[in-house]
Design a binder for this molecule. Structure first.
Ligand SMILES: Cc1cc2nc3c(=O)[nH]c(=O)nc-3n(C[C@H](O)[C@H](O)[C@H](O)COP(=O)(O)OP(=O)(O)OC[C@H]3O[C@@H](n4cnc5c(N)ncnc54)[C@H](O)[C@@H]3O)c2cc1C
Length: 401
């Protein structure tokens, strides 16, 4: 039985746990990162690779995404290994006049906020995506949308943090937590215990399992996304692609996902699976075809019906995809919150017990800025962003320990 000591114990080695570990290690903190499975076992190892600005409503999340993108631009050189960061730009395909009107308003509001995005006509779209279906009437275009390989990103954060003394415990979980005069003691299922000044709960969709240990409930629930991976092929076009329906379903989740292929018969299953279209080519040439947005608890299985819908959808937007082989499918669990904002900060009534979880579909994109604001809060610096929106106590309650 070992007694471990650290300045900060982080629970959860996803993209947020590893990015926070890296940032705090850089600031001289002795960090212990603990995962109940292994790095990337959660959503960060089962997701797409996009750093999307266009998908964000004007507001604090868009501001944070701007800053995150800037951070990625320096992290790609600073981190000790390649993260396959690339800025290809992004296009959101518009199928009809109704979506065009919604997207014109959305783009105008983003422009006011300083995002460089425009509506382009079909002729310009064809220069970026020559193989797009004949009836796509227009698209948005932002040159800033980027991508990164999430597994390589986590690996690089981990490597960078390790070089500065961080330690990682895999296949380990805290079974109970004690409050000390100064700091916290975690009892681990290995029989070891950890004394630490600060705890950070970065357990994504599982974050509530950890807050419960201190008598606090956080309303984070899993939202499943199913994805298809294709064989490696030459690039189909220049940009990453989404459908306006995907944005509309994010803006109005209650109206979620009319099937992109139209047709009343097809609409019910598409709604049931919260279907949206996200299509991105990886560095190796494999394409990721996503995804669904489902409330199905912690079930991570994929199912033929959803995969069939995703397949029909990609063929609808890119008919050439009917000739391409799929090599596998996977599903990940986005950590979803009732208001769409993550919880970032100290848990009420638990000094030194922090949470950084609930990023839903933006956790990869926001991981660098999440690390920065969390490291500021933990080291007593005032973050550059107003943090009220992310207050872990905003739905009420207080730790009972
Ligand atoms: C299909 C899909 C597509 C997506 N596409 C994108 C995208 O293009 N761009 C983007 O920015 N985001 C995307 N996301 C969202 C993104 O994947 C998540 O927001 C992000 O990965 C969350 O990271 P996290 O570190 O907070 O949580 P996770 O990656 O889920 O990590 C949580 C970790 O905590 C561990 N854990 C759980 N319980 C405990 C415990 N008790 N003790 C210790 N460890 C524990 C788990 O094993 C896991 O490793 C997508 C998600 C999905 C599912």
């Amino acid at each position: 039985m070992a007694y471990l000591r650290c300045d900060v114990a982080i629970l959860g080695a996803g993209v947020n746990g590893t990015s926070i570990a890296y940032e705090l290690s850089k600031r001289g903190k002795k960090v212990l990162l603990i995962d109940k499975i292994v790095m990337g076992a959660g959503a960060s190892g089962s997701c797409d690779d996009m750093i999307l600005l266009q998908s964000k409503k004007p507001g604090i999340l868009l501001e944070m995404a701007f800053k995150s993108l800037e951070l990625f631009e320096s992290l790609k050189d600073e981190l000790p290994s390649d993260i396959e960061f690339e800025t290809r730009g992004g296009t959101i395909l518009i199928e009809d006049e109704e979506h065009l009107a919604i997207m014109e308003d959305f783009v105008a509001s983003q422009n006011k906020y300083g995002l460089d995005v425009e509506i382009i006509d079909r002729k310009r779209l064809l220069q970026l995506q020559p193989l797009v279906a004949e009836d796509i009437i227009a698209s948005t275009y932002s040159a800033r949308d980027s991508q990164v390989n999430p597994m390589l990103l986590m690996k690089a954060f981990l490597l960078g943090a390790r070089q500065k003394g961080m330690e990682l415990l895999s296949r380990t979980r805290a079974t109970s937590v004690e409050r000390l005069n100064s700091g916290w003691r975690l009892l681990l299922d290995s029989g070891d215990s950890v004394e630490t000044e600060v705890v950070v709960n970065a357990a994504g969709a599982w974050a509530n399992d950890i807050t419960k240990l201190i008598g606090f409930e956080v309303p984070i629930t899993p939202r499943k996304g199913q994805v298809i991976v294709t064989e490696a092929i030459p690039p189909l076009g220049a940009t990453n692609v989404w459908s306006a329906q995907y944005i509309v379903s994010k803006l109005k989740p209650q109206d979620a996902a009319k099937n992109a292929s139209g047709g009343a018969a097809a609409q019910a299953p598409a709604e049931r699976f919260g279907l949206g279209f996200a299509f991105t080519g990886t560095h190796n040439g494999n394409y990721l075809i996503g995804s669904t947005r489902e409330n199905r608890g912690f079930d991570k299985s994929t199912d033929p019906e959803a995969i069939g819908l995703l397949s029909a959808q990609v063929e609808r937007f890119f008919p050439v995809m009917s000739k391409i082989n799929f090599i596998r499918t996977f599903a990940g669990l986005r950590p979803s919150t009732p208001d769409g904002y993550p919880f970032l900060g100290e848990i009420p009534g638990a000094p030194g017990f922090f949470i950084a979880a609930g990023h839903e579909g933006d956790g990869i994109a926001l991981s660098p800025i999440t690390a920065l604001v969390m490291a500021d809060l933990i080291t007593g610096k005032k973050p550059k962003f107003p943090m009220e929106t992310f207050d872990p106590g905003r739905f009420g309650g207080k730790a009972g320990l």
